[in-house]
Design a protein around this ligand. Structure first.
Ligand code: AMP
Length: 145
């Protein structure tokens, strides 16, 4: 899908928001939901999405919603740091299939990095063990402040 198009309410993140698909949920408030990426590029790879939005990407989003989303990203990234003690954290966000986007509901990736540990490939790695994701989600959730 290019940058142009209409929001499809059948996308996987919309289903997670509606409770139609399972997810290892980390945190939610009035504005955002955070959950573990099932094909993580690193241990602790977490996604943050707006809860009330029909934006496929960053360019679509209402600035008032986006400002709440980025605050949620910062809050979750701080919790990831506190829980997992990474050496660095990558925050990424893809717009349009040619840029690497595969799910068309706006989302931010929070990817912890450790010295000497290679980054997994985007949307191309193996599926994580759901039990491990649940433990990570609980560890990160415990550090939300
Ligand atoms: P993007 O390619 O930037 O659109 O990112 C989509 C991300 O969603 C990828 O990192 C996928 O691994 C991840 N993903 C796909 N399906 C699910 C799912 N059911 N639960 C959690 N993460 C998912």
């Amino acid at each position: 899908m290019s940058l142009d198009g209409t929001y499809d309410g059948g996308n996987i993140f919309a289903k997670i928001l509606r409770g139609e698909m399972p997810a290892a949920r980390v945190f939610e408030d009035d504005h955002v939901l955070a959950f573990m990426d099932v094909f993580p590029q690193a241990r602790g790879h977490t996604l943050v999405i707006p809860k009330h939005s029909a934006a496929r990407n960053l360019l679509d989003e209402d600035p008032a919603v986006l400002s709440q989303v980025i605050l949620g990203v910062q809050r979750v990234a701080r919790a990831v740091r506190a829980a997992l003690n990474p050496d660095g954290i990558v925050v990424t966000q893809f717009n349009g299939a040619p840029a690497g986007q595969t799910v068309y509901h706006l989302h931010f990736h929070i990817i912890p990095r450790w010295e000497g540990v290679a980054l997994g490939r985007h949307a191309a790695g193996g599926m994580a063990d759901p039990a491990e994701l649940k433990v990570l989600a609980e560890q990160i959730a415990a550090q939300i402040s």
